[in-house]
Design a protein around this ligand. Sequence first.
Ligand code: NAD
Length: 501
Amino acid sequence: MMYEIKHFVENASWAGTSTRTGEIYNPATGNVTGKVLMASKQDVDYVVEKAAKALPDWAATPPAMRAAIMFNFRSLLLTHIDELAEMLSAEHGKTIPDAKGEIARGIEVVEFACGIPQLLKGEYSETVASNVDSFSVRQPVGVVAGITPFNFPAMVPLWMYPVALACGNVFVLKPSEKDPSVALRIAQLLAEAGLPEGVFNLVNGDKEAVDALLDNPTVGAVSFVGSTPIGHYIYSRGTANGKRVQALCGAKNHLVVMPDADMAQVTDALIGSAFGSAGERCMAISVAVPVGEETADRLIEALAPRIRALKVAPCTNLDSELGPVISKQSYDKIHNLIEQGIDAGAKLLVDGRNVKLPGYESGYFIGGCLFDNVTTDMSIYREEIFGPVLSVVRAGSYDDALKMINDHEYGNGAAIFTRDGDAARDFWARVRIGMVGVNVPIPVPVAYHSFGGWKRSLFGDHHIHGMEGVRFYTRLKTMTMRWPSGIRVGAEFNFTSGKEA
Ligand code: NAD
């Protein structure tokens, strides 16, 4: 049965005024399963106004009371995790255990936000000058917007709003139009947790809704996660309008295999990190860099049969290891890039393009693909493929491997597999990458650290969640106070410092 996804404003479903809709697909079958309302500029402005109305009371609510709602929210997410994972998988296509994993990582951010009274504690200095004290506090930015991608429809929004709300902001989320249901269901749970009306709102839509958020003067900050061209656009337009913007973007993550690495461990790591979630993770490993020809040959020998054996199936099949990619457009783009790789002279050792699943002939399935002899000038190396395609670039030396990573335009994640402490230390110290793994293929920071890349993987100054999240969603205010008994008679024309009496 076809369903319709509306907006969520002041803790209630809202249809808005626009009649424009988008289609939601089941990527395993290629069938349209629902439609999503696409907000107009007027709709977005209305929602922002409702959020702004809720701001003063929410900002004045004691942090411990805001945290109490986060505790309730956490319990509700845990109680509903099975339902949420099924809803997520049906529209995204990832396996149920993977969907549960992303929700669990999102819950960790809620747990972090539960500690907000401690996190918002300011700094106080007594007697910075005679009878003068100084202290700093962090106050909410105000109305904050989040614009999120399809690939983590639960976790990525949860990277943002638990922290933003706990800091005293009100929030407007614009989730991906490709798989919007789970974000909407979570919004209902947030209301059930006791969040006052208007504090968290959700508008569905596309470029029109996003532009309206970027141009609305009431919106003080924008968190974006998605592809690099769109992220760059959002950063430019948002900052030109005077907003604080963090835009977390695309990636090309390398895994360096040193000659001394444990090859069984490397193979397991690559299978999970390159093909998990069909490669549709911004922290997926898409390039393996074995150091030395002998290491490369051993790697290929271990890896190729494992990739051929991957179980490609819809998420409803509980032993599925590799589900469909999100859309026909994405499916075509991946096929096109694979052809470019072959034409450029890379060797396609495992070809997953001809997967046929009875009953799912129109689904967007691509089996695992492995390219050898990829070089750094090829489009399959330079571009983010965002599919189950692993490229092997053979490096002559460790220094060549490091240089290759540092020269790449993206800087989200990278890993090294080695048993040598010197190599590991040199790698994490010198690599120009935001998140680095040593014998860990997907080094996604836990919620109380912060997530973010370097170079064209992040525009803006702040990483997301952890203390960076608290900093992004608050403004620093510093007070300098002298009480009447300490006031000297006579005007002061110069700056004074604490070194003067
Ligand atoms: P996307 O850039 O197409 O879409 C992201 C959001 O931007 C969506 O909400 C979408 O509606 C909106 N959008 C799309 N086109 C727009 C336009 N022209 N103007 C204004 N808004 C627009 O990304 P996606 O395909 O949904 O997600 C995959 C991408 O996200 C990959 O590049 C992946 O690496 C990246 N990603 C990055 C991180 C990270 O933390 N760095 C995490 C997850 C995903």
